[in-house]
Structures are given as structure tokens and as C-alpha cells.
Design a protein around this ligand. Structure first.
Ligand SMILES: Cc1cc2nc3c(=O)[nH]c(=O)nc-3n(C[C@H](O)[C@H](O)[C@H](O)COP(=O)(O)OP(=O)(O)OC[C@H]3O[C@@H](n4cnc5c(N)ncnc54)[C@H](O)[C@@H]3O)c2cc1C
Length: 426
């Protein structure tokens, strides 16, 4: 949606194909018994990415949607019953919170986060905000992306306290990665969270979809819902269109350029580029509708242990993500962590990882980290097929709303500067 809005504003004649009968992908809400839950994202980092998308495609965001900072993003609760709260956008608040957890831990945490400031600057300038060429990288960028240091190693080297290790590894564990396979530089998400905060839309992130859909209408993007792309049509090795399957059967749409924002495994023309990768799978997701839900102290409460439970609450609508071995009902698991809502559940939707991937037509978490080379296996913004570009969670620079937003900006830049030569990697 972000790519379509940007390209239409740049003067391209854009058609958006959506396999489902609605737009939004993982942003789609789930409703039942009067409850509405965000299906996937509930917060975003880097609000500047969303603001830039709106500014570059029409009216500014402020005129369309409230994007508000989340004050307390997360509370980590550990098995020894200690806890720590992560505030967004404040080094001082994080320093104080970790100091309360243990003497000297505040300094350890803020030094760890500060160690990513330079990585962010380097990668922002050459990877996140500018179409990159893996074969012609500036030296400092290559040094970072090719570094063998893993997140697990960095965490072990930096922290002795087991709880600090859990906090530092959390963003990766939560998305299904093993920190031993994640490069250390990816820890810059902690820096982004501390520096720029996490942001949300009151009433639910899913509202972004409606506003973006409106933007697509304003920009005269033709939106074909219930219409799946089944392949990219090539002539002489170059993109000339898309094969589709829609309500009227199979057809081909001519197109000079195609932006694929789905898992490359899903199209015959691109599946071979996914040979050496695996998708990062979603967790088990439980949407609970509660009567008189207790108020939670943070936008998300992380209950460490096996399984790892993450509770995200919007009033009486709770969503619980589970990673690891869940050998009992999720409400019993919550009760063990002293969040006993067993008698308050009035509505409930349980969704397994496979079901979610089926529903979304791929994993919104993009590629599983499998070592430092994973970045080279991501397509995008250009691809080896002339005329084909890649955006979305599976493309450069990766999953999560801010990065998916950046992927759309990268595609728009690549298309604007592309002289028809195709892949920047060539
Ligand atoms: C449980 C969960 C919680 C998350 N929480 C957060 C969060 O709090 N903050 C955050 O930043 N990120 C979060 N994420 C990650 C975020 O949701 C994704 O990175 C992002 O939504 C990916 O966007 P996307 O457009 O690439 O893919 P998707 O949102 O998966 O959308 C893909 C779209 O492509 C369509 N499609 C698939 N195949 C075809 C085809 N052949 N033809 C046409 N259309 C097709 C699908 O129907 C779908 O609409 C979360 C993810 C999950 C699973």
C-alpha cells in the first residue's frame, strides 16, 4: 500500500493486487462479540517513516490520524518475580528503571544502547534510506554487515545478569529468531526505541489501513481485491506484466514495472531467490475478550520463561503471543504469572502460526535470521529481474512496520533513478 501510494504520487499509473477481500495484511483487525483486536502490529518505531509516507503521497499524517507516543512500552517480568519497565524515547527513564533492578545495571543498559548510535547512522545513510548495492558498499557499511559478531555474543559479552540478557534478546526471541543467528548490529532496534520511542494509534493500529486505503483512492490507484498475483510475466527476461487469478478467473495484466510485496516463495518467477532462506514464523496468538480486565502497567507485558508470553492490552481486548512450549491453556499459563483472568474471558480467538501464515498469504515477520548473509538473500529494492522490485517484510530492509515503510521509500527511489538496467547488485 505504501509503495502504491508513493508511486502514484510520482505520476505512475498504479494497480494494487490484493489476494484477500480486504487490504492491510497483518494490520487487519479481528472482531468478535463486540471486541476488536489488532491482528498484528500494535505499535511502530520510527514515526518519521509514517510521516514521510503521508507527506510524500499527499496530506500530512497529522491531518488524517493521531499517532501518539507510548509512554511505557513494555514491562518485563522475570521468573524471580522482579520486573523492569521500558519507557520509550527516554534514556534517563531507562537508566533509572534498570538501576532500580540492580546496582550498576542502568549504566550497563544505556551504554549498550548507546553503542548502536553509530551503527544506526551508518546503516541509515547507506542501507535503510538509500537503495544499496551489495557489491559496492562503502567500507564502513560492509564492515558492519559482514561482521561475524552475533547478537548472542554481544549480549553475553555485555551482560552478566541473566535478566539483562533476556531484555536485550527479547525483540529477536519475540519474532521467532535465535539470537545466535542474528547479527549484533540488529540490536539497533533498542537504540531506535530509546531514541525515538514507540508510537501507536489510539483505538488500534488497524486504523492505518483505512487511512491508507483512502489515500490510494485519492491518488487514483486501481485496487483489485480478491485478486492474487500468480506469477510475474516475463518477455526477454524483463517484466511485462502480472498473471492474476481473480473473481473473473485467470488473466494477465500488462505492466512496465512490478513491485512484489509478498514472500518471493509465492511466485514461480521469484521462488528460486528464496532457496537459501526460511520465513520467520508468527507465534501462537490468543485474542481474549475480557470482562473488567485489570489495567496493565505497559502497552505490553512480557512474562519470561518457557513458554515466553507477551500480553498486549487495549482495554478489555487482550492479545497474548506465545513462543515455546505451551503445555496448558493459555489462561492457566497467564495465571501462573499472576495474571489470572480465567473467570473474565467472555470471548476468545485462538490462532496458530500456520493458520496465520495462511490467512496473511505469508509470514509478516519476513525472513528468519540465518546469520549475517541473510541481508544478502533479501530481495529489494531492486531484484535480478529487470522491471521487478521488492518491498514488504521479506524485502530489504526487513520486517516490522517502520522497515516495511522504508522498503516502500527505497522502491520509489530505485524506480525513480533506475535507467532500465535492473538490479543494483549487478
Ligand atoms: C502477531 C504479530 C505482531 C506484530 N506486531 C508488530 C508491531 O507491534 N509493530 C511492528 O512494527 N510490526 C509488528 N509485526 C510485524 C508487521 O506486522 C509486519 O512486518 C508488516 O505488517 C508486514 O507488512 P507486509 O505488507 O510486508 O506484509 P503483510 O502485512 O503480511 O501483507 C501481505 C499482503 O499481501 C497479500 N498477498 C499475499 N500473497 C499475495 C498474492 N499472491 N497476490 C496478491 N496479494 C497477496 C496478503 O493478503 C496481505 O494483504 C507483527 C507481526 C505479527 C505477525
Amino acid at each position: 500500500m505504501a509503495s502504491a501510494a508513493r508511486l502514484a504520487k510520482l505520476g505512475h499509473d498504479v494497480t494494487l493486487l490484493e489476494a484477500a477481500d480486504h487490504l492491510g495484511g497483518a494490520l487487519e483487525p479481528i472482531s468478535q462479540d463486540g471486541f476488536t483486536w489488532d491482528g498484528g502490529p500494535t505499535m511502530t518505531l520510527l514515526p518519521a517513516v509514517t510521516r514521510d509516507l503521508f507527506r510524500k503521497s499527499g496530506r500530512p499524517l497529522e491531518r488524517e490520524l493521531d499517532l501518539e507516543p507510548v509512554e511505557v512500552i513494555r514491562e518485563h517480568r522475570f521468573e524471580d518475580r522482579t520486573r523492569v519497565q521500558m519507557s520509550g524515547g527516554s534514556r534517563a527513564a531507562q537508566l533509572e528503571a534498570f538501576d532500580a533492578l540492580g546496582k550498576g545495571l542502568g549504566r550497563q543498559w544505556v551504554d549498550f544502547v548507546a553503542s548502536y548510535a553509530e551503527d544506526w547512522e551508518v546503516l541509515r545513510q547507506h542501507y535503510f534510506e538509500v537503495p544499496w548495492s551489495p557489491t559496492a558498499l562503502p567500507r564502513e557499511v560492509a564492515a558492519l554487515l559482514e561482521s561475524r559478531e552475533t547478537m548472542a555474543k554481544r549480549i553475553r559479552r555485555t551482560f552478566k545478569d541473566r535478566r539483562m540478557r533476556l531484555v536485550a534478546g527479547f525483540p529477536f526471541e519475540a519474532e521467532g529468531h535465535n539470537p545466535r543467528d542474528v547479527p549484533a548490529w540488529a540490536g539497533l532496534v533498542h537504540y531506535l526505541e530509546q531514541r525515538f520511542g514507540a508510537w501507536t494509534v489510539p483505538g488500534g493500529m488497524h486504523q492505518v489501513t483505512g487511512v491508507l486505503e483512502q489515500r490510494l483512492a485519492t491518488r487514483k490507484v486501481a485496487v483489485l481485491k480478491g485478486t492474487a498475483a500468480t506469477d510475474v510475466v516475463l518477455r526477454g527476461g524483463r517484466v511485462v506484466g502480472v498473471a492474476i487469478s481473480g473473481p473473473d478467473g485467470e488473466a494477465e495484466i500488462e505492466s512496465e514495472m512490478v513491485v512484489s510485496a509478498i514472500d518471493p516463495r509465492r511466485l514461480p518467477a521469484t521462488e528460486r531467490y528464496a532457496d537459501r532462506t526460511l520465513p520467520a514464523m508468527p507465534p501462537q496468538v490468543f485474542h481474549l475478550g475480557l470482562k473488567d480486565a485489570p489495567e496493565l502497567p505497559a502497552a505490553e507485558v512480557v512474562l519470561h520463561g518457557d513458554p515466553l508470553l507477551v500480553v498486549r492490552a487495549s482495554g478489555n481486548a487482550w492479545t497474548v503471543h506465545v513462543r515455546g512450549r505451551l503445555l496448558e491453556d493459555v489462561t492457566v499459563a497467564l495465571a501462573r504469572h499472576r495474571l489470572d483472568v480465567r473467570d473474565q474471558v467472555v470471548s476468545r480467538v485462538d490462532l496458530g502460526p500456520r493458520e496465520l501464515v495462511g490467512r496473511w498469504g505469508g509470514s509478516p515477520y519476513g525472513l528468519l535470521w540465518m546469520g549475517r548473509n541473510t541481508v544478502r538473500h533479501r530481495l529489494g529494492p531492486t531484484t535480478p529481474i529487470p522491471g521487478l522490485y521488492a518491498a514488504g517484510a521479506h524485502a530489504t530492509p526487513g520486517a516490522g512496520l517502520p522497515f516495511v515503510g522504508l522498503s516502500a521509500a527505497l522502491v520509489a527511489q530505485a524506480i525513480t533513478t533506475d535507467t532500465g538496467g535492473g538490479d543494483l547488485r549487478a
